[in-house]
Design a protein around this ligand. Structure first.
Ligand code: SF4
Length: 552
């Protein structure tokens, strides 16, 4: 694997003697792991320790047994196996890798080492479907306590103690969930130091031509988001919103000397130093790319700079088909500001405008789609106005529609899930609307896959047998076999008193706030974004009390 580590060759492997060998497993192909910041933050945190010998594992369907990409060693040899969970689709791969390594799938059948741990964003969303396979979870941002937990595991291993002794030693540590031992709910661990500064922004330690984001150093510009869109899990589980300081990001770039930088964040245009930082990169002939941008944050200066420095496409989030749906999901969206952004993007001759939207909202209906078609007409007109007499500007509007998956810890956790036929009809309706306009391309997510993701995202341990089957025959085949079970599970609509499996965690936002937001969804009422002053005295979502450690 050709890659650089902090801009230099990957460091030599450490001897195992007197150390705790750790398998850091990304249950997806290497190209994904090498483009995922969180996992790389954990790698840097653990691999920099002298008492650990850390090796990397990725999901690879070919070799019969999972092998380290660093040494070729077998996964079954490692006393600590640490999975990074990012998407629900990772669940079957976790079981498959354990099974292929000859490790018992269930923790209850595995009294001896290895100790199987999971961390990553899914552990503070809903990890419970796969929990029977895990000895423990670390719930939260790794920098905020993972090391303290690994200290105890390493000490137990090096002293030759039983795994049960190690689990007892960590069960009551902040952010640790050991089934049957830890006090519930387990609180999410957050890196917050009294202000909204992200002191240690994540950055990729591996830059590789095999990564999804080829040869790109990823930099975390902000964590969390102030806008509180009611479908967005990241907005909930990464509260409070924090942003990095430019000086720190400049330091990282100097350290790693990349050719290209990828800026990662949910509200990039809110970062006051965005343009100064991009100018700084340009002066050093370092290329850059940005994740999606908010229409209302796109001023002319930024757009002209992006166009002049080679950016060819701009991505904007439309989210819902109508103004009512956008208000219901708490999207602070101005149709006029959006159309104005389209006009300017076209006038500046960007080639492609990428639009993202979601269908499958509770009470979404024909009127929303009629309005959508009209709004697409306005977008198309705005593009033409931008092109002007020269007829030069955005040639392609690429519209991608995904299916709503009501997620844990969002106000939509009380929402029902439309069945596959309904989604197919909606996708067909949206496609027909887009087909009316030349230079507009529509792609829609596969409704069947979205149903399976919703099933995984909203279930608990009761679906572990399904995951075992999926590990054997693949998620698609297992889903076909269990289609009736999945339909039945998704047909159940939660009510006010439903207790969700994920409520054995405490991620900070209060149930009371989430339910009030769900009610506001029904009336398409907006909630203001997080105040610039931060959580202190805000009392809106419960994070202020959570951070203060006081009851909510
Ligand atoms: S307490 Fe207020 S500022 Fe803090 S995350 Fe919640 S809404 Fe945002």
């Amino acid at each position: 694997m050709s890659e650089l580590y902090f801009g230099r060759t990957v460091p030599p492997l450490k001897e195992w003697g007197g150390r705790l060998p750790v398998a850091l497993v990304f249950p997806e192909p290497a190209e994904h792991g090498l483009s995922t910041l969180g996992w790389q933050v954990v790698y840097r945190l653990l691999a920099s320790r002298e008492d650990l010998a850390v090796e990397r594992f990725f999901w690879d369907p070919i070799p019969p047994r999972p092998r380290s990409v660093d040494s070729g060693r077998d996964l079954g040899l490692f006393p600590l196996v640490a999975f990074s969970l990012n998407f629900e689709g990772d669940f079957p791969a976790v079981l498959r890798m354990l099974g292929d390594a000859g490790i018992a799938l269930k923790a209850e059948d595995r009294p001896e080492w290895p100790l199987v741990l999971a961390g990553g964003p899914l552990t503070f969303l809903n990890p419970f479907p796969v929990l029977p396979a895990l000895d423990c979870l670390f719930v939260g941002e790794a920098e905020a306590g993972l090391s303290a937990m690994v200290d105890r595991v390493a000490a137990a291993w090096i002293k030759g103690e039983e795994k049960a002794t190690a689990l007892d030693a960590i069960a009551h540590l902040p952010g640790v969930l050991v089934p049957g031992k830890s006090r519930l709910p387990v609180r999410r661990q957050v890196c917050v130091e009294g202000d909204l500064i992200l002191r240690n922004p994540g950055f990729s330690c591996f830059v590789s031509s095999e990564a999804q984001f080829r040869d790109m150093l990823l930099l975390e510009v902000n964590r969390g988001c102030p806008y509180g869109c009611r479908f967005c899990a990241a907005g909930s589980i990464y509260k409070p919103p924090r942003h990095a300081e430019m000086a720190r990001l400049q330091e990282v770039v100097r350290l790693c000397a990349p050719h290209k930088v990828g800026l990662v964040g949910t509200a990039l245009t809110d970062w006051p130093d965005l343009l100064p930082f991009l100018r700084w990169l340009e002066e050093r002939k370092i290329k850059f790319s940005l994740s999606s941008l908010r229409a209302d944050g796109l001023d002319d200066e930024l757009l002209e700079f992006l166009r002049r420095t080679g950016t060819r496409s701009v991505t904007l989030a439309l989210e819902g088909a109508s103004a009512r749906l956008r208000s219901a999901m708490n999207k602070h969206f101005s149709e006029e500001a959006f159309l104005d952004a389209v006009r300017r993007i076209s006038r500046l001759q960007f080639n492609t405008l990428k639009l993202y939207m979601i269908t499958g909202w509770p009470d979404e209906k024909e009127e929303d789609w009629v309005e959508f078609e009209e709004f697409l007409g306005q977008i198309d007109e705005a593009r033409r106005q931008g092109q002007g007499m020269r007829r030069k500007g955005v040639d392609l509007i690429s519209l991608s529609a995904s299916c709503l998956v009501p997620k844990a810890w969002t106000p939509l956790q009380w929402a029902g899930v439309h069945d596959e036929d309904w989604i197919r009809r909606a996708m067909k309706r949206l496609k027909t609307a887009a087909a009316r306009f030349r230079g507009m391309r529509f792609t829609g997510e596969n409704p069947g896959q979205a149903q399976v993701q919703a099933f995984l995202a909203r279930s608990g341990e009761e679906i572990f047998p399904f995951l075992e089957r999926a590990a054997q025959v693949g998620l698609a085949a297992a889903s076909r076999e269990c289609a009736a079970t999945i339909r039945e599970a998704l047909a159940k609509n939660p009510d006010k008193d439903t207790v969700f499996p994920w409520e054995r965690l405490d991620v900070g936002v209060s149930r009371k706030f989430l339910y009030a937001e769900w009610k506001k969804y029904g009336h398409a009422l907006l909630t203001p974004p997080c105040p610039d002053s931060g959580c202190q005295g805000c009392r809106l979502c419960g994070m202020d009390a959570f951070l203060a450690g006081s009851p909510r």
